[in-house]
Design a protein around this ligand. Structure first.
Ligand code: D41
Length: 694
């Protein structure tokens, strides 16, 4: 269990640098594992709440130690695509990660370690390259006979996703190589977006009501992961080449020689790459690149040093997943001093009171910052942050700016300590903090307008009702106008045609479309409806389980009310659902026993027609069996195969174990087939599977 669910210290604010680094490594591994279980294998092994706890812990530790953020950090992975959107590609040569240096001492240690490992004479110089670390996403491009054949994302380093069609739309990436490339060459590098292009793209997205990206890296990632390559083509993506993967014959014995070859084949190579012959020279190069940073058109987050000589690289090899011969020297988080003007309390969908620091605007790393996160009550106490204090704030990458410390030495003697409110600032209800929890919550429920608004936004969000033309902005407006309080009110908007037409920028056509889109959602999948209620801890996966088990919202509500008695059958039935534990059940009981929630649900059920999920067949040839799919299927997509198996009552898992009943092996099945064979698991071809399930 520890590998897939690391233990999280109760007090994350007390962890040391060393512990933080270990914790981040463990969290990255665990989150990657569960991402795969959820998205890849579609069989989550932990509750959404437990998963969220991992992600939150990772964020909290990264916020405190921005410099320790790993290159494989979960916060660096953007918008995991639904499984099956892109085919998987195994990297013939793994795409390694980079270990980090945070100080000049770390750089001397890097050089000394290498010299020791190679047993180099003190007099013998060793050459390194220093190149900017582009803040984008890594990609591997395969060329055969000079033609671009395939492009894969880094993924977990061993296996990435096939994004060839999208990559072909990037003008920086040659389709045919010039000069004399080897027969086979995989070129690796970074896809990125210029800062100016990013600003223009976001402005366009804003006018078109599209997604706003947090930073150029997210914009680049989102643009690459498009289903439609024509969308990618419209996005200003660029590419710098910096490494090789599988290569039939290397054009050079050195990294700088390889970079020169890349240029001769038509690739962009970063012009700031330079050759250095000592740790001192690496550090000079670091400062030169750091000085150039504010004027570069793209974001960089450090400098990468590499041993220049490939023969040395080969001897040095790698430790775990990172080469011994390379390191990323990260730029420190940027800090600035400013005044804490106010502490605002925001109230979220589930009533959580979140403090936000309002600051005198200050420039940090090229961005004007006027807000910072304060996490929760304990964080304010730890910092002893007081309104009026001078504070040091810090910003690293796309981490939300945070307050590092309050300058108590600059504080007026009579500045009062901050007291966290014990009433909801929006509705005035009591705010309470249960024992052992970090968060204070408003107890007002649906009667609190802040919670009302956030629940409404959640109700229409993409994974819930997902109504075209009804986003957060419209919800805010309609809520402000007094048209919306409960989710059910969304459906009464269709009676407000004249009022809608009277609004700014609402023409006949858009009003008709909106009304039609709302009508169309009266038939709604039960799991979306349950998810849309915004019950604490009930994510999409849990909502689906509940929909399958209860088949209607009425039955779910009845069961949750009956389950208030923990010795009831209803309670036992809830607990018997795989992956639902006592914590989730407590939240379900709390939600469905609240009279305001009951009234809201009754009103909602008068408006919608929930569609229960197809019941899994009880008596199919594969009901109750555990199935693993591997390799490429030819008659259906992996997602279709999975859905079909589940409809027939089978459970689909991502990995082969002793519990597996059948491994269905498509073309090019790899290690899973071997493992299945060694465990004596029945292996079926795709055709045999189809026969079995016909
Ligand atoms: O500019 C970069 N982001 C960059 C990333 C770079 N200039 N060089 C890199 N070199 C490597 C090795 C040494 C493993 C070939 C990298 C990365 N790796 C890298 N990026 C993300 C994970 C690893």
């Amino acid at each position: 269990m520890s590998e897939t669910y690391p233990s999280i210290p109760a007090d994350l604010d007390a962890v040391t640098d060393d512990e933080a680094a270990k914790l981040l490594a463990a969290l990255a591994a665990a989150i990657a594992y569960h991402d795969n279980a959820y998205h890849g294998a579609d069989t989550p092994e932990i509750s959404d709440a437990d998963y969220d706890a991992l992600v939150r812990a990772n964020q909290a530790v990264e916020a405190r130690f921005p410099n320790l953020r790993r290159s494989d950090s979960p916060s660096m992975r953007v918008g995991a695509a639904p499984s099956g959107q892109f085919a998987k590609i195994k990297h013939i040569v793994p795409m390694l990660s980079l270990s980090n240096a945070f100080s000049e001492d770390d750089v001397f240690e890097f050089s000394a370690r290498i010299r020791r490992f190679l047993a180099l004479d003190d007099a013998k110089p060793i050459a390194f390259t220093a190149e900017p670390k582009i803040d984008g996403l890594s990609i591997s491009l395969r060329y055969e006979h000079g033609e671009l054949k395939q492009a894969a994302t880094r993924g977990d380093g061993a296996e990435g996703e096939d994004v060839t069609a999208n990559i072909r739309t990037i003008s920086d990436i040659p389709h045919h190589l010039t000069g004399t490339p080897p027969k086979i060459v995989e070129v690796r590098g970074e896809i990125y977006m210029d800062k100016a292009d990013f600003a223009v793209l976001n402005a366009k997205q804003e006018t078109n009501g599209g997604k706003i990206f947090a930073n150029p890296r997210n914009a680049a990632a989102g643009s690459l992961r498009q289903k439609d390559p024509e969308v990618t083509r419209q996005r200003p993506l660029r590419f710098f080449a910096y490494a090789s993967g599988d290569v039939s014959e290397m054009p050079s014995n050195t990294h700088d020689g390889f970079l020169a070859a890349l240029r001769s084949w038509g690739f962009s190579v970063n012009p700031l790459s330079q050759l250095c012959s000592s740790a001192d020279e690496l550090i000079s190069a670091y400062h030169a690149i750091a000085d150039a940073r504010p004027n570069l058109p793209y974001d960089i987050d450090g400098v990468v040093y590499k041993v220049n000589d490939y023969a040395y690289q080969a001897r040095l090899g790698q430790v775990s997943r990172a080469p011994r011969w390379a390191i990323a020297h990260k730029f420190p988080a940027e800090q600035a001093e400013t005044t804490l003007e106010a502490i605002d309390i925001q109230v979220g969908r589930t009533g959580a009171l979140t403090p936000v620091a309002r600051l005198s605007p200050v420039l940090v790393g090229g961005v004007i910052v006027s807000n910072a996160t304060l996490h929760n009550e304990d964080e304010i106490m730890r910092l002893d942050a007081r309104v009026g204090d001078r504070v040091i704030i810090q910003r690293a990458g796309d981490v939300i700016p945070q307050i590092v410390r309050s300058l108590s030495e600059k504080r007026a003697a009579d500045l009062p300590k901050y007291t966290f409110p014990d009433k909801c600032p929006i509705c005035g209800s009591d705010a309470i903090r249960p024992d052992g929890e970090a968060v204070k919550r408003c107890t007002g429920g649906f009667s609190c307008t802040a919670q009302q608004l956030e629940r409404l936004k959640h109700f229409v969000s993409r994974d819930a009702l997902d109504i075209d033309g009804l986003g957060s902005k419209q919800i805010e407006l309609f809520h402000e106008l007094g048209w919306l309080a409960d989710p059910a009110d969304i459906f009464t908007l269709t009676n407000r045609k004249d009022e809608l037409l009277a609004l700014d920028r609402m023409g006949e056509k858009s009003v008709e479309n909106l009304i039609e889109a709302i009508r169309a959602r009266r038939d709604i999948a039960l799991e979306r409806l349950i998810f849309g209620l915004g019950i604490r801890q009930i994510g999409q996966a849990t909502a689906k389980l509940l929909a399958q088990r209860y088949g209607s919202l009425e039955d779910l509500m009845t069961a949750c009310i009956a389950a208030s008695d923990a010795s009831s059958d209803a309670y036992a039935e809830l607990l018997a659902i795989d992956q639902i534990g006592a914590g989730v059940i407590a939240d379900l009981i709390r939600f469905f026993n609240d009279p305001a929630n009951q009234a809201a649900i009754t009103a909602l059920l008068a408006e919608v027609n929930p569609i229960p999920p197809d019941a899994p067949a009880e008596d199919s040839s594969v009901s109750g069996k555990v199935i693993v799919f591997t390799g490429t299927l030819s008659k259906m997509s992996r997602s279709e195969a999975k859905a079909q198996a589940e409809r027939l009552g089978a459970r689909v898992s991502g990995s082969v174990s002793g519990k597996t009943d059948y491994l269905v092996a498509g073309a090019d099945a790899g290690s899973k087939a071997q493992k299945a064979a060694s465990l004596g698991v029945t292996i079926l071809s795709e055709d045999e599977w189809l026969q079995l399930t016909r």
